[in-house]
Write a protein of this length. Structure first.
Length: 226
């Protein structure tokens, strides 16, 4: 039993979401790589919450393409090497005030490896166990009724390819990720965490066949070409 609740005013509400390394293509042809954790999926669609002034946002809107690379807890050191860095030059004022620095060669700075994608131009991150090639579908302003108007965007992307290492697949099921094997890197209130290796409780939702959720975007993705 918890104690009595109290009303508080936290500056941020990052309760815990997976870390994503978003790779995009710069205007000069180089690759940009940025860690973020304001992301969620429904079917083969993903919503990304991004700073409107970031290089990732600029590249994604210009090219309409990105790769969502999901690191496990094993890649946390590489992810942290990208902290407080931006591909934007000059560094946007808001990021400069938080101590960010310009970094043009993000893959090299993180010690990560570029590998080609199949349907988009931006590269995948070799070291990430899950990589999702995606295209831009829509973008929406966040905080449009506040002084932050124009500063934040919610960007919808459609997944076109999903690449997964075999080590995290469910035995005997080539198209299913085993949640007992997949160890996502989680960001909660600016700190990194992993998941327990056992379920907290059996889930009734787990009795529903996963195939019943299959999105029509899966068939569409099969026809995608770079």
């Amino acid at each position: 039993m918890y104690s009595e609740h109290s009303s508080i005013e936290p500056a941020i509400l990052y309760m815990g979401t997976p870390v994503v390394l978003v790779s995009t293509r710069n205007a000069d042809g180089g690759a940009n790589l940025a860690p973020m954790s304001s992301a969620w999926w429904l079917g083969w669609r993903c919503m990304l919450g991004l700073d409107a002034t970031s290089k990732t946002t600029e590249n994604l809107i210009r090219t309409g393409e990105c790769v969502l690379n999901l690191p496990s807890v094993g890649e946390v050191t590489a992810v942290d090497r990208l902290a407080c860095s931006t591909g934007s030059n000059p560094v946007p004022e808001g990021k400069r005030a938080r101590g960010y620095r310009h970094e043009a060669r993000k893959f090299e700075a993180a010690g990560l490896t570029q590998i080609p994608s199949e349907t988009v131009v931006p590269p995948r991150v070799r070291e990430c166990p899950i990589q999702m090639e995606a295209v831009l579908v829509a973008r929406h302003g966040l905080g449009e009724d506040s002084p932050w108007k124009g500063c934040l965007l919610a960007i919808e992307v459609r997944i076109q390819r999903v690449h997964v290492v075999p080590e995290i697949l469910l035995d005997g099921c080539p198209n299913r990720i085993d949640p007992d094997k997949w160890r996502p890197l989680i960001m909660s209130f600016q700190k990194f965490y992993g998941l327990e290796r056992v379920q907290a409780h059996a889930s009734r939702l787990g009795d529903i066949p996963e195939e019943s959720y299959r999105s029509p975007d899966v068939e569409r993705a099969r026809r995608a070409a770079k």
